[in-house]
Design a protein around this ligand. Structure first.
Ligand code: TYD
Length: 136
């Protein structure tokens, strides 16, 4: 789907557990300027409901399971993240909504830019207008 991809990270598994690493410009296609994480989300809660003008991010579910609805004016898909060695790349102009967080789920996000509220498109109609030139 436009500006989205599932990424597979190395998973070094042994009887003592799993180790994955994320290196900028190698495992994710950008330089990492920010890392944030989301925890303690109730099972009925939904987050996101925005797109970004410039920001690139990779979402990784470190524990439990989380669903991400990704959409643009012409496509829509739901991805379930439940493997710490898998990341969902979300580039600019992808509307995304996160839901069905399981109890104790942990979402880690690596991002290409510092936090900037002016990069957000939080109103869906505004997002549709902004993205029209890219989707015809
Ligand atoms: P938001 O990106 O809307 O979260 P979500 O998409 O998961 O619902 O951010 C929620 C609040 O946190 C908002 O007030 C902005 C703030 N925030 C930061 O201060 N720094 C950050 O890196 C992020 C991602 C959010």
């Amino acid at each position: 789907m436009y500006n989205c991809a599932l990424l597979k990270f190395k998973d070094i598994a042994s009887h003592d557990g799993h180790l994955s690493s994320i290196e900028e410009k190698i495992d994710v296609p950008f330089k990492i300027k920010r890392v944030y994480y989301i925890t303690g989300v109730g099972q009925e809660a939904e987050r996101g409901f925005h797109a970004h003008k410039k920001l690139q991010q990779v979402l990784i579910c470190l524990n439990g399971s989380i669903k991400i609805r990704i959409k643009n004016p012409i496509e829509e898909e739901t991805v379930q993240l439940n493997n710490p060695a898998t990341g969902l790349y979300i580039g600019p102009l992808v509307w995304h909504e996160m839901f069905d967080f399981t109890k104790e789920s942990v979402l880690l996000v690596v991002a290409s830019e510092h936090y900037a509220e002016e990069d957000y498109l939080r109103d869906y109609n505004h997002y549709l207008n902004e993205s029209k030139p890219f989707f015809g």
